[in-house]
Structures are given as C-alpha cells and as structure tokens.
Design a protein around this ligand. Structure first.
Ligand code: CA
Length: 219
C-alpha cells in the first residue's frame, strides 16, 4: 500500500514515515497543504494521512478541495487533542477516520488497515484469491496454506494485486504502489519481483497480459 503522509512536524512525520515503512508500506511525506494537493492529484496513493494544522493550506481546506474534485482517496485526519470542531468538520468534509495526537503507532496502523478494508468493500481482514492469502495486520502470507516468505516489495506487489483480482495493473501503476518517490526503479524491477513471486508460488499465480500489464486471475 502506498500512503501519502502530510505532516509538518519533523519529529512526528519522521516517526510515522519510518513506522509505515517498517509495516511494509511505501510512504511519501510532504510537509504543507499545497504539496499535499499537488501530490494527491497523481493518483498514486491508496490512503492519505492528513494533519490539520499545516503551512500554506490547512488540512481541512486540502480535504475540501480533494473531495470537490471528486477524488475519493481514503483520508485519516491527524488532529490536536482539544480540536473537537476540527474533527467534526473533517468528518463532514469526507474524512474516513481521525486520530488524536499523541497517538500510538499501533493504533494508527490498525486504523489504516480498517479504512483500507472498508474501502476495498471487504470486512474480511485477510485478502485472498485462489491459493494465495495475505493478512495485512501481520504481513503473513500463505500459499496453499503453507507460509510464504515475502520481501517488503513482494508483499506490496501481492497486496496491490489481491485488492482487485482480475484487474490488470500497468507497470507504472505497480511501480507507484511498490516504490517510494526517492527510490531508484530499474526498468525491469517489476518483472524481477513477479519472477520471484512466481518461483515462490506457481507460474500461473500472476498472469502477464501482453502490452497491458499483470493481474492475479480471479479464482
Ligand atoms: Ca501540524
């Protein structure tokens, strides 16, 4: 999962960014409201963590503009303890959830998983298709009920594909989901990951659709 983090406090931002990466998510971090709007337009993100008090444009204005543009990206707001009005306004403007500072990273992770689950239209905490199952809470993956050892990038790739079995993802889409902004991406990086995943599972687990991209065939 690729997440856009919008937080101007360097310490809080760094702590969240590193926790997201530890949890196997690709995190891109911006520090003001204008950069948030510019970034979210790329469509590369599956979720946005949005601080309310931000330079240039506050979080509520950012959220309002995003929803006015009919961008439905899931948004979790980060608010101050005493800012009840902000939380109400945010939810009314279309936020999916909020967290009150200071919060535990574990709670943030659980809320991200819950929002992602609701958005994928599934209350099931696990994602599975055919013989492959992953558990976003523990990052555990299984193939034919046997443990499947995945690298962080392999996990992110499988997670993206399993969110929509049968949907074809282009190379650019998969690169955006697997890699952060600051990472160099080799031209054959996605092929390399898919080759490795097929070796760990089965050749037919991920299908190449010539000229278009890859998918997991709907089981
Ligand atoms: Ca702030």
């Amino acid at each position: 999962m690729r997440i856009l983090l919008v937080e101007d406090d360097p310490q809080i931002g760094a702590a969240i960014a590193s926790a997201l990466e530890d949890a196997g998510m690709a995190a891109d971090w911006v520090t003001d409201g204008s950069a948030a709007l510019a970034s979210v337009d790329s469509g590369a993100f599956e979720l946005m963590l949005l601080d309310i008090g931000l330079p240039k444009k506050d979080g509520l204005s950012v959220l309002k503009q995003i929803r006015q543009k009919r961008n439905a990206i899931p948004v979790i707001m980060i608010t101050a303890r005493d800012a009840v009005e902000d939380r109400i306004a945010g939810l009314d403007l279309g936020a999916d959830d909020y967290l009150v500072k200071p919060f535990l990273i574990d709670e943030l992770m659980a809320r991200i998983r819950a929002v992602a689950r609701r958005r994928s239209g599934s209350a099931q905490p696990q994602l599975s298709n055919g013989d492959i199952t992953i558990d976003p809470a523990s990052k555990a993956a299984t193939y034919k009920n046997d443990a499947l050892e995945l690298t962080g990038k392999e996990y992110r790739l499988v997670h993206s594909l399993l969110l929509a079995p049968g949907r074809i993802y282009s190379r650019e889409e998969l690169e955006e989901k697997v890699y952060g902004w600051d990472e160099e991406v080799n031209s054959n990086a996605i092929e390399f990951l898919i080759h490795s995943l097929r070796k760990k599972t089965h050749k037919s687990a991920i299908k190449n659709v010539r000229g278009l991209g890859w998918m997991v065939p709907k089981a």
